[in-house]
Structure formats: C-alpha cells, structure tokens
Design a protein around this ligand. Structure first.
Ligand code: ADA
Ligand code: CA
Ligand code: CA
Length: 204
C-alpha cells in the first residue's frame, strides 16, 4: 500500500476504535482472579458501589488475587477503586476522578504495580498498601494530577515496605509523593517531573 494510504488506514482504525469505546455501568464489583481483564478502553462507572467521597464503606470496582487490569477508563464516581490481593498489575488505566482512593494492595507482599495511565482528582490518596507484613508497590510511567499522597503505607503500620515512584509526571501533590509511618522501609522517587509537589518522602 502507498505510504499515504497506509497512514489513512491507520487513522481510520484509530478513529473507529475511539468511537467504539463505551460506557459500562456496573452494580457489582468485577472479580478477576489469576487473569487479565482488558477493558478495551471502555469507561467503567460504578452504580450503587459508593459515591466517590472519603467514606470508607464503599466497594471497589475491581478486585482480585493476581489480577492484571488493563486499558480501562474509570469514570466518576471512582468508589473504592481497585483492590489487589497477593499481587497485581494495573496498566494503562485512566481514573477520571479518583474516589475514596484509586487502588489498594489489600494483602500479600505484592508486587503491586501501577504502570502507564493517568489519575485525576484524588481528595486524599492515589493508592496505598495495607498488607500485613512486608510489601512492594511501584507506580511508574504515568501522570498523577491532584492527590495528597501518591503511595501511602497504611497509617500506623510499622511493617517494612519497598515503595517506588519513578518516571512519572506529578502535579499538585499536597502532602508527599510517598508517605509511611514505618521506620524500616526502602523508598524512592526518581525520574519524575514535578509541578506543585510539596514533599517527596514523608517518614516518621
Ligand atoms: C484509611 C484507613 C486505613 C484503611 C484505608 C483504606 O487510610 O486509615 O486503615 O482503611 O483508609 O483502605 O482505604
Ligand atoms: Ca481510605
Ligand atoms: Ca479505600
């Protein structure tokens, strides 16, 4: 095919795939265990799972053990985001308006990896690790615009953890990129472009 025709064909395919993305309303949490959920760019909207406020009783939109979640838009209200057990990967996900939080490592040592994508408007945390015991979480190659923390080790926890934020564009981070209450941790923020970021790492 001529180069110009090929370019036109690729453009048409891109337009067609953008046009086919749909809003998908869910009223129960989607569970993904030892598997990959590919959202194909569709927007997931929680109905009756929470209002996206800072209320702690909201349900996640996705949960699973050893889950990979990819190519999803999460529309408002973001409810309690994505709950990962054991380990998990979230890749190329856009949170249009983060709810209570965007993702949580609920249990297990991980690794919990959030890679690619964009998150907007977290009133408090973008993500956190609540596991009992040592855990590893990484946020990389993405944009977080407006949050108090990018990764929070859950409050009062003295467990060691390895928390990394790298190669991200971070804007309007009101407290710290990484915050933990543990004195035994490996924490790193590298290669990030910062705009209006108060502090990189907050430790006791
Ligand atoms: C708060 C709370 C934690 C945990 C967390 C969450 O940070 O202090 O114990 O419940 O929210 O998982 O959203
Ligand atoms: Ca919370
Ligand atoms: Ca939460």
């Amino acid at each position: 095919m001529k180069k110009s025709m090929l370019l036109l064909a690729i453009l048409c395919l891109l337009v067609a795939s953008a046009a086919s993305a749909a809003d998908v309303r869910i009223s129960t949490t989607i569970t993904v265990t030892n598997a990959t959920y590919n959202g194909n760019g569709n927007r997931i909207i929680g109905v009756g799972l929470g209002d996206g406020s800072q209320g702690e009783s909201q349900k996640p939109l996705f949960k699973g053990s050893n889950m990979t979640l990819t190519n999803v838009r999460i529309g408002a209200p973001g409810c309690d985001g994505v709950h990962m057990f054991k380990k998990g990967t979230i890749s190329s996900v856009t949170w249009e308006d983060v709810g209570e939080d965007a993702w949580t490592g609920k249990s297990g040592s991980g690794p919990f990896l959030v890679t690619g994508g964009t998150a907007y408007s977290a009133a408090d945390k973008f993500g956190q690790v609540n596991s009992t015991g040592n855990a590893t979480a990484t946020v990389q190659n993405m944009t977080v615009d407006t949050a108090l923390k990018v990764i929070r080790r859950n409050g009062g926890s003295s467990y060691a953890s390895t928390l990394t934020v790298r190669n991200c564009t971070l804007k309007n981070i009101g407290e710290a990129v990484i915050r933990t209450d543990s004195k035994t941790s490996t924490l790193s923020v590298t290669g990030c472009t910062l705009t209006n970021v108060k502090c990189l790492i907050m430790i006791p």
